[in-house]
Design a binder for this molecule. Structure first.
Ligand code: NAD
Ligand code: IPM
Ligand code: MN
Length: 363
């Protein structure tokens, strides 16, 4: 029995994860061997329990086969005492569960061509996988800090550090993924300027030569890649990159899909002795405070993240495809949340979108 744990979190997290819970329940009622649990997280937990996360939630997080995560971030954190928010809980989870491999698939759905700010002929045919290193780099490097001198001036610093082991394991993820796709990896770095990336690139090239010569490997500097993603996104198969670049490039790539609200992600830890890996599934967008509480957030990124959970944790490919096709059919049928609306479409809210996807699953 798979243990699925929902952490809805802040802002639109609660709204979109309600739809994910209904869809997960639909699959469970039809034979998915899983049980669904939920823990309060973030502002909702603060309001209920006076802490951003209950200490007991950690045990459930550690025991879960998959965490279904909504979003974190809210203006309400400003009112919370500094002592209660010493660390970012999402980053803590990524780090402590060693969720180093973040997969962010980006596809241009024909039905959403008119929702994108890019021209249809630019985005047409795009089907790429961004492989983002998620447990290292600037997000976690030590030393880090802000120092204020006696005269009131200061200096702040973070450390961009990657080891051979960290680079090789994420590069393996990208090469292995490419073997199941179109066989091409584009490594993205800034090796023209920074030592960390000279080492990163050399390590990727060396691993490629030793073990993955069948995969086509190319390289782009990150500034060029950002431009290429909006210029000719269809050129990419797998993009391999480090933590911060992956964060930025994936939001950029979201325009190919029409909206940030469409994109799913899956994060994995190392394979353990039993052959399983810890997993966290979350949309790539944040808590969207500008639209939170209005019931208009697009739940598709979160729902498609659950499809990735069906594929990778439950290993039920047919169910994953069924859910992905249900989402596509609903969108092709003209139903849209406001972020993907276009002339002639029917604008609906989060709940109606969930209802329509549930109906499409039945057919
Ligand atoms: P954001 O992703 O929350 O929103 C960016 C824009 O996209 C907003 O205009 C928002 O309305 C829109 N948007 C995002 N998701 C949408 C959806 N599902 N449907 C419709 N529109 C959607 O990024 P931000 O505004 O830069 O950050 C807001 C907060 O979220 C911050 O506190 C940030 O740290 C946090 N954040 C969290 C995550 C996460 O939990 N994984 C990711 C990114 C940002
Ligand atoms: C993401 C988010 C997170 C990140 C934030 C919320 C820490 O932007 O998952 O893309 O920067 O990784
Ligand atoms: Mn991001």
């Amino acid at each position: 029995m798979l243990k699925l744990l929902i952490l809805a979190g802040d802002g639109i997290g609660a709204e979109i994860m309600q739809e994910v819970a209904r869809i997960a329940a639909w699959f469970i009622a039809r034979g998915l061997p899983a049980e669904l649990d939920e823990e309060p997280f973030g502002i909702a937990s603060w309001k209920r329990h006076g802490t951003l996360m209950l200490p007991s939630s950690w045990a459930k997080i550690r025991a879960a086969d998959a965490i279904l995560f909504g979003a974190i971030g809210s203006p309400e954190y400003e009112a919370i005492p500094a002592a209660a928010k010493t660390e970012d809980l999402l980053l803590k989870m990524r780090r402590e569960l060693d969720l180093y491999a973040n997969l962010r698939p980006v596809r241009a759905l024909p039905a959403l061509e008119d929702a994108s700010s890019l021209r249809p002929e630019v985005l047409r045919g795009t089907d790429l996988l961004l492989v983002r290193e998620l447990a290292g780099g600037l997000y976690f490097g030590e030393p880090r800090g802000i120092e204020i001198a006696a005269d009131g001036t200061g200096r702040a610093f973070n450390t961009l550090v990657y080891t051979t082991r960290e680079i090789e394991r994420i590069a393996r993820t990208a090469f292995e993924a490419a073997r199941t796709r179109r066989g091409r990896v584009c490594n993205v770095d800034k090796s023209n300027v920074l030592e960390t990336f000279r080492f990163w690139r050399d390590t990727v090239v060396s691993l490629h030569r030793r073990e993955y010569a069948d995969v086509e490997l190319s390289h782009q500097y990150v500034d060029n890649c950002a431009m290429q993603l909006v210029h000719r996104p269809a050129q990419f198969d797998v993009i391999l990159t480090e933590n911060l670049f992956g964060d930025i490039l994936s939001d950029c790539a979201a325009m190919v899909a029409g909206s940030l609200g469409m994109l799913p992600s899956a994060s994995f830890g190392p394979v353990d002795a039993a052959g399983t890996r810890r997993a966290l599934y979350e949309p790539i967008h944040g808590s969207a405070p500008d639209i939170a509480g209005r019931g208009i957030a697009n739940p598709c990124g979160a729902i498609l993240s659950f499809a990735l959970c069906l594929r990778h944790t439950a290993r039920r490919e047919a169910d994953a495809v069924r859910l992905e096709q249900a989402v596509e059919r609903v969108i092709a049928g003209g139903l849209r949340t406001p972020d993907i609306a276009s002339p002639g479409s029917r604008i609906v809210g989060t709940r109606d979108m969930g209802d329509a996807i549930l109906r499409a699953l039945e057919t």
